[in-house]
Ligand binder design. Structure first.
Ligand code: FMN
Ligand code: SF4
Ligand code: SF4
Length: 258
């Protein structure tokens, strides 16, 4: 029987985890979550999974919207799993995704969080240790893959009201989080920022990116810009940039860039 994984990524950690799960499952399709992802989810698949980054104890807005609107008349025997990559505080991510699926009458069978490189450059500096984080994430992903292959069941924790509020408050400000972005003269008008953006939030006007306040706060534009021409307020000029070492920006463009 077939398997399917839906994913969302900004800097490649979640795409890399998703690709490793895909390799371990027979006939596994990898589907990107973006605005035009078809909402119909097949009912006769053996496993359906969601892989995405943790944003303040929940999935990105676009993933939450997909789950809210997806069309799956009947879960039947489909094993449902969720895997969140996170940078140091997984919070209530599994409870949150479990609750969002429950609202749609889906039962989450298994959920796991994978410690990965913390990528939120608008909030904190990019620390040393990319290779170490990559190794840790690889090891954890291997263990998670085994559990998904053998269809392990996990008792999904109940979502606390305080965690729900924190996530909702955070999510409410996300679309406008691009307001602090500006572009300097180093910009070469290559359009990479536009192409890696999962939200189609960027247009290139007169050779420079313009942001349209439909942001997902995924960090892809600021992290993948080859000239480091995008900055956030006065916070990121001296900070490094990060992308998963095995996930080239071109790979992300293949999923988001049309
Ligand atoms: C907007 C935003 C919010 C984040 N919030 C959290 C968080 O609450 N806890 C955490 O551990 N990591 C957090 N992170 C870090 C990411 O979850 C982590 O780096 C993830 O692996 C990035 O995945 P990606 O490379 O697939 O985009 C956040 C990152 C961003 C961009
Ligand atoms: S990725 Fe950087 S250099 Fe390329 S268009 Fe965007 S801001 Fe300019
Ligand atoms: S504008 Fe930048 S941070 Fe916002 S969704 Fe697009 S790529 Fe991500």
């Amino acid at each position: 029987m077939k398997n399917r994984i839906y994913f969302f990524t900004g800097t490649g950690n979640s795409l890399n985890a998703a690709q490793n799960i895909v390799k371990a499952l027979p006939e596994c399709e990898l589907i990107v979550i973006r605005k035009d992802t078809p909402l119909e989810v097949p009912t006769d698949y053996e496993r359906v999974g969601f892989v995405f980054p943790n944003y303040s104890g929940g999935p990105p807005k676009m993933v939450a919207n997909f789950i809210r609107n997806m069309k799956l008349p009947n879960q039947n025997n489909t094993y449902l799993f969720a895997v969140a990559t996170y940078g140091g505080n997984a919070g209530s991510i599994i409870a949150q995704i479990g609750e969002q699926l429950k609202q749609r009458n889906w039962q989450l069978h298994y959920g796991a969080a994978i410690l990965s490189y913390p990528n939120a450059v608008t909030i904190y500096p990019m620390i040393k240790g990319v290779r170490l984080f990559t190794r840790i994430a690889e090891g954890r992903t291997k263990r998670v893959v085994k559990k998904i292959v053998t269809k392990q069941l996990l008792s999904i924790p109940v979502l606390k009201e305080s965690a729900q509020k924190r996530y909702e408050n955070y999510m409410a400000q996300i679309p406008n989080s691009d307001s602090g972005y500006h572009v300097n003269d180093a910009c070469i008008s290559c359009g990479i920022c536009k192409k890696v953006c999962p939200a189609k939030d960027i247009t290139i006007d007169d050779g420079k990116p313009v942001f349209h306040h439909q942001c997902e706060s995924c960090m892809a534009c600021i992290q993948h810009c080859p000239k480091r021409a995008i900055n956030y307020q006065d916070k990121t000029q001296k900070r490094g940039r990060y992308a998963h070492p095995d996930v080239d920006y071109k790979m992300i463009i293949r999923y988001y860039g049309q």
